[in-house]
Design a protein around this ligand. Structure first.
Ligand SMILES: [Zn+2]
Length: 115
């Protein structure tokens, strides 16, 4: 198991993520629902991108901006999943989750590229 990854009860993760995610970046940890998720390289890379975003936004403002953008996208897209996938933080993470070297060359606040 990689440092900083915590397997939590699926029901707790479902509660924290509104019954949605297999994993969640909650600085400084990555919470996963099971060992399979803990070994999923793309999933963990996705969550590591979120940890970097959180650090760059000084943690708490990240969650506020994430929630506000979700609400904006929800009004725009009229659908939970579409709104979630269009959040700039998610767009950056999904676009780069299969690139294990992404964080080494990523620019500061690069999520703005996906706004
Ligand atoms: Zn994500």
């Amino acid at each position: 198991m990689t440092k900083g990854i915590i397997v939590i009860k699926p029901k707790l993760l479902a509660f924290l993520s509104a019954n949605f995610a297999q994993a969640m970046a909650l600085y400084p940890f990555i919470l996963v629902k099971d060992e399979n998720c803990a070994c999923n390289t793309n999933l963990i890379n996705h969550e590591r991108i979120h940890l970097r975003q959180q650090i760059e936004m000084l943690i708490l403002p990240f969650y506020l901006v994430y929630a506000l953008e979700y609400l904006y996208r929800r009004l725009q897209k009229k659908n939970h999943y579409a709104a979630y996938r269009h959040i700039s933080f998610e767009r950056e993470a999904y676009a780069n989750e299969n690139n294990e070297n992404y964080l080494q060359s990523r620019r500061f606040w690069n999520f703005l590229k996906w706004t």
